[in-house]
Design a protein around this ligand. Structure first.
Ligand SMILES: Nc1nc2c([nH]c(=O)n2[C@H]2C[C@H](O)[C@@H](COP(=O)(O)OP(=O)(O)OP(=O)(O)O)O2)c(=O)[nH]1
Ligand SMILES: [Mg+2]
Length: 317
């Protein structure tokens, strides 16, 4: 018999302190006793957003006035195929409480990992913790210019996630730049990923590693995550096979490119939004759109299921 297909709308509800609301599923229901993002199944003919509004009113007594798509997750449970359609909302009226007697709690995003969630939820924990914009640094020979531009991107554009990509530097120069970039990022609450061998984390205590698609393919053969769980792991992907490989090495998120034709990779055919969306729909982690992207594309990227946009040029001025 084919598995039952269940479509669920759920929400990451954020307050002004940046905490997120979680609720405990009653012991007697499916996945009972585990924590969840409030929500429930779509009724026939309801859209995800309509179901979300109804469920949050029924379960928490709040009216949401605005919500944005956060991530969609397909997950196979032993008895059913579930589509979790997760939204992010910061705008609602009323004070949420457990209207069905369930425990509810505001928690820091960094503390979410201390709670037991259903197996499908891991990508949601990553998506709520990740920003909408991802800066990839360009080759920049001059250290002073590098520093000024990085600081500008963090202070003026509010960038909070940076990948240090500097293929033209030798190891000693890369490490020196990484130490400097790390101090600049951490002073502003931003995270820094190193585009380098995973072993580079032993030399620079950055927030994680970004794998090129070549490194990703090598590591996928071993099928294990190369760095600890408390560090971020991301990878460059261009197609379904590489997205699968990112799943095999348990990446926390990926970039998928090129969305448009770019001066840096004129030879690669662009994916365009349609193909991008179909790849993202099947991905099991947050995906950033890369390739000719700017912040103006952010809302559209989000609407087709992306975490947001990654860019070099838009943030480097
Ligand atoms: N709401 C919610 N459901 C989740 C999460 N993670 C996860 O695997 N699920 C699963 C558990 C359930 O099988 C299904 C949600 O169903 P539900 O029991 O909340 O549905 P509902 O609110 O419409 O409740 P009911 O009327 O069917 O009792 O999705 C999550 O974070 N939030
Ligand atoms: Mg529910």
């Amino acid at each position: 018999m084919p598995k039952r297909r269940v479509h669920v709308a759920a929400a990451a509800i954020l307050n002004e302190q940046g905490q997120v609301l979680i609720a405990r599923r009653p012991a007697t229901v499916d996945q009972g006793g585990l924590w969840e993002f409030p929500g429930g199944k779509l009724a026939p003919y309801e859209t995800g957003l309509e179901a979300l509004k109804r469920e949050l009113c029924e379960e928490l007594g709040i009216e949401i006035t605005r919500a944005q798509p956060l991530i969609r997750i397909h997950h196979e449970y032993p008895d059913k195929h579930i589509l979790l359609d997760v939204w992010e909302t910061r705008q609602f009226s009323g004070e949420p409480f457990g209207r069905e007697g369930q425990a509810v709690r505001w928690v820091e995003i960094a503390d979410l990992y201390n709670y037991a969630f259903p197996a499908a939820n891991l990508p949601i924990l990553r998506a709520v913790a990740l920003p909408r914009e991802y800066l990839i640094t360009p080759e920049e020979a001059d250290e002073a210019i590098f520093e000024t531009r990085l600081i500008r991107a963090l202070d003026e554009d509010g960038v909070r996630l940076v990948q240090l990509r500097a293929k033209e530097l030798d190891e000693a120069a890369y490490i020196a730049r990484a130490e400097k970039a790390l101090a600049i990022c951490h002073a502003r609450g931003a995270r820094l990923l190193l585009n380098a061998e995973p072993a580079m984390l032993d030399k620079v205590d950055a927030d994680g590693i970004h794998l090129t698609s070549v490194r990703l393919a090598e590591l996928a053969e071993k099928g294990e995550r190369p760095i600890p769980d408390n560090k971020w792991l991301s990878a460059s992907t261009h197609d379904q096979q590489q997205l699968d490989q990112a799943g095999q090495v348990v990446c926390d998120f990926v970039s998928l490119s090129p969305l448009r034709v770019t001066p840096s990779h004129p030879e690669r055919p662009p994916l365009g939004w349609h193909d991008f969306q179909s790849l993202v729909e099947q991905a099991c982690m947050p995906v950033y759109a890369l390739g000719g992207m700017s912040r103006h594309d952010s809302d559209h990227a989000r609407a087709v299921g992306a975490q947001g946009i990654a860019s070099i040029r838009d943030f480097w001025k």
